[in-house]
Ligand binder design. Structure first.
Ligand SMILES: Nc1nc2c(ncn2[C@@H]2O[C@H](COP(=O)(O)OP(=O)(O)OP(=O)(O)O)[C@@H](O)[C@H]2O)c(=O)[nH]1
Ligand SMILES: [Mg+2]
Length: 277
């Protein structure tokens, strides 16, 4: 299974972002807390030297200890970083004050572009900051296409389409991004991805798996889950596609617990070097 997804609209979006970056005072880089390292687009980091704040979204779905470690690590590197749960508005006022402090010297209302890979919550963040529902949000990658300035109490915000980079050299990164829903499901081998995820979870979070699906034997976990959950084809064979969709949905909606797929800085050596390329 090789994962690749860099459709034409991303090339266009990247150009649009490059142009818009000239007009802004800073960038809010939205990063998914379940993949704090893998979801940072190396292209975006090269694009601008303007002030940047890292917004770690979906902390409700991530391992809290790892979230704290990542935030602490970035701050120790001189970055500004805040964790948020946009479904409940947690962390949003902290982010607001951080923006106010960071751009206190800017004479006009600071103009910030919200950037990040697909499906990390860029539009949800804009809605939280503007207290409106002007930006379209959806549980699939590739929702935002155009660009639009919105005013958000003390700042002007520009939404942008999620973009990836042309080639995943590290396929582990690609699988993690696919697992959290940042890569279009239609381009994925879902049964391969679900089997990989189950194997990963059985190594790092085994009790979460057994809490959800019961104890799994040494055989094919996906098949066993499919059988237990009644994902069957006529004739009684397990429908692996249906079982895979069920496992991925459970993971993405947090039913397999709060899980972080990337190792934390202390677990990884040389983590200041981007692993995304
Ligand atoms: N659990 C949880 N879900 C969130 C959070 N933030 C956003 N979401 C959900 O994540 C999904 C994607 O949100 P969007 O705001 O559309 O993401 P986006 O980054 O704008 O995506 P594209 O426009 O497709 O690039 C939606 O289903 C949101 O409800 C969060 O903090 N926690
Ligand atoms: Mg969007």
């Amino acid at each position: 299974m090789t994962i690749q997804w860099y459709p034409g609209h991303m090339t266009k979006a990247k150009r649009m972002i490059e142009e818009a970056l000239k007009l802004v005072d800073g960038v809010l880089e939205v990063v998914d807390a379940r993949v704090p390292q893998s979801s940072r687009n190396p292209n975006l980091q090269d694009l601008t030297a303007k002030p940047r704040l890292i917004v770690l979204s979906k902390v409700d779905l991530a391992d809290p200890a790892k979230t704290e470690e990542w935030l602490g690590y970035w701050r120790s590197q001189g970055e500004k970083a805040v964790g948020v749960n946009l479904l409940q508005g947690q962390g949003v006022s902290r982010l607001r004050s951080l923006v106010a402090r960071t751009f206190a010297g800017t004479k006009r209302l600071p103009r910030l572009m919200v950037v990040g890979i697909p499906n990390v919550g860029k539009s949800a963040l804009i809605n939280a900051l503007t207290r409106r529902r002007a930006a379209q949000v959806g549980a699939r990658p590739g929702i935002t296409r155009g660009k639009q300035w919105l005013s958000g109490e003390g700042m002007l915000l520009l939404d942008s389409p999620g973009i990836l980079w042309p080639k995943f050299e590290d396929q582990e990164v690609a699988k993690r991004l696919a697992a959290v829903g940042s890569i279009r499901d239609e381009v994925l081998d879902q049964t391969g991805l679900a089997s990989w995820l189950l194997e990963w979870l059985s190594e790092y979070y085994p009790q979460r798996l057994s809490e959800r699906y019961g104890r799994l034997g040494l055989g094919n976990a996906l098949e066993e889950i499919g059988r237990r959950r009644g994902c069957l084809l006529s004739g009684g064979k397990v429908d692996l596609n249906q079982a895979a969709a069920l496992v991925l949905k459970d993971f993405r909606t947090g039913k397999l617990g709060a899980v972080t797929l990337d190792l934390s800085p202390s677990e990884v050596q040389g983590c200041s070097e981007s692993k995304n390329t």
